[in-house]
Design a protein around this ligand. Structure first.
Ligand SMILES: Nc1ncnc2c1ncn2[C@@H]1O[C@H](COP(=O)(O)OP(=O)(O)OP(=O)(O)O)[C@@H](O)[C@H]1O
Length: 324
């Protein structure tokens, strides 16, 4: 973990406060520790991917932040305010996983009830409901009963509900689990539009390629703690594999190279290909400097592009976590 938060930072005014800050959040059910120690921070305006294997504690963490479950210990602040603060709550949207709505209502009626629960005036609801229906592509089904909606349409009406109050911060728990690839792409585009409008999105999803394509920063949770956190680009650049195509290299130089990088294998002699693991991009440059400085010709340097899925599996398996 490279990022830490201090309690002193909670004293900043709400306007410049991070969207989410948690300090040692912990939840124990009887003997079972659901969340061990969650400490993280999400800045305003970013899309934050919240990942972890089944049972890592993601849903319990989100439930604590939403005030649905009381933490055993630890604290958190949303939009600079303590958990449960009504003014902050009015600026937060939430799409729970596997929600069930009153499906005898039409989409429009359902949103109207939620708008009333948010405390929106009739005029606000009349303006905002068509807007969110349009945003999620359900304008044509506004007067249709939710019962007759496909799974994908039900997920979209859930998203519309989460965005109804024009939140500054929205929690989306598995927003695309019922969607086909086109529906998923549409939701990804909606998330990018929300970010462009300055909204903070806290995204909990099992679909790592989806998280990779929209998130600015990511946390990987394992055994109820943050196992890795950082900007997406930094996580993808950690522990790279690089392939070097070289002119002949003598064994002594290979030994020296092996002290800088972890050589996985060497193929060929005249023009060997060396495959090595490096902790970061800087080490690739240092390896090339070493080789060139010793008269070796470097014909090719090909870093392997890592996916979030590889990073996820590495982080979780290294910690002895189960990946199911
Ligand atoms: N109400 C509860 N009572 C007892 N144990 C619980 C309760 N809720 C969650 N747990 C346990 O806490 C741990 C974390 O559960 P949680 O649902 O937060 O994980 P998750 O990361 O959201 O998993 P998934 O990806 O499967 O949804 C699990 O071992 C789970 O069995």
């Amino acid at each position: 973990m490279t990022e830490t938060a201090t309690h002193a930072e909670t004293e900043r005014p709400a306007a410049t406060a991070p969207a989410v800050e948690t300090f040692g959040l912990r939840k124990v059910y009887g003997e079972r520790v659901a969340v061990e120690d969650l400490t993280l921070r999400v800045e305003e305006g970013e899309v934050f991917g919240f990942l972890g294997p089944n049972g890592a504690g993601k849903t319990t963490s989100v439930k604590m932040l939403m005030g649905l479950v009381r933490p055993t210990s630890g604290t958190a602040r949303l939009l600079g305010r303590p958990l449960g603060d009504r003014a902050a709550r009015a600026k937060i949207g939430f799409l729970p996983e596997m929600f069930r709505f009153h499906d005898w209502l039409t989409g429009e009626e359902l949103l109207d009830i939620h708008g009333q629960l948010y405390g929106m005036s009739r005029a606000q609801r009349q303006r905002r409901i068509p807007e969110v229906l349009e945003l999620v592509g359900l304008s044509h089904a506004a007067r249709q009963r939710v019962r007759t909606y496909s799974k994908g349409m039900q997920q979209r009406i859930g998203l519309a509900q989460a965005l109804l109050n024009e939140p500054r911060l929205v929690f989306l728990d598995e927003p695309t689990s019922a969607l086909d690839p086109i529906g998923r792409r549409d939701v990804r585009d909606i998330i990018l539009r929300l970010r462009a409008a300055g909204m903070t999105v806290f995204l909990n999803s099992h679909l790592l390629s989806e998280v990779e394509s929209v998130s600015d920063r990511v946390a990987i949770i394992n055994h109820g703690r943050v196992a890795a956190i950082g900007p997406m680009a930094d996580l993808l650049r950690r522990d790279l594999t690089v392939e070097l195509r070289l002119s002949a290299v003598d064994p002594e130089l290979l030994d020296d190279l092996g002290r800088l990088v972890h050589i996985e294998h060497v193929d060929g002699r005249e023009r060997p290909t060396v495959v090595a693991r490096v902790p970061d991009e800087e080490t690739i440059a240092r390896a090339v400097d070493l080789l060139v400085g010793r008269g070796v010709r470097v014909y090719g340097v090909t870093p392997e592009r890592r996916t979030l899925e590889q990073v996820f599996l590495d982080v979780v398996e290294k910690e002895g976590g189960e990946v199911r």
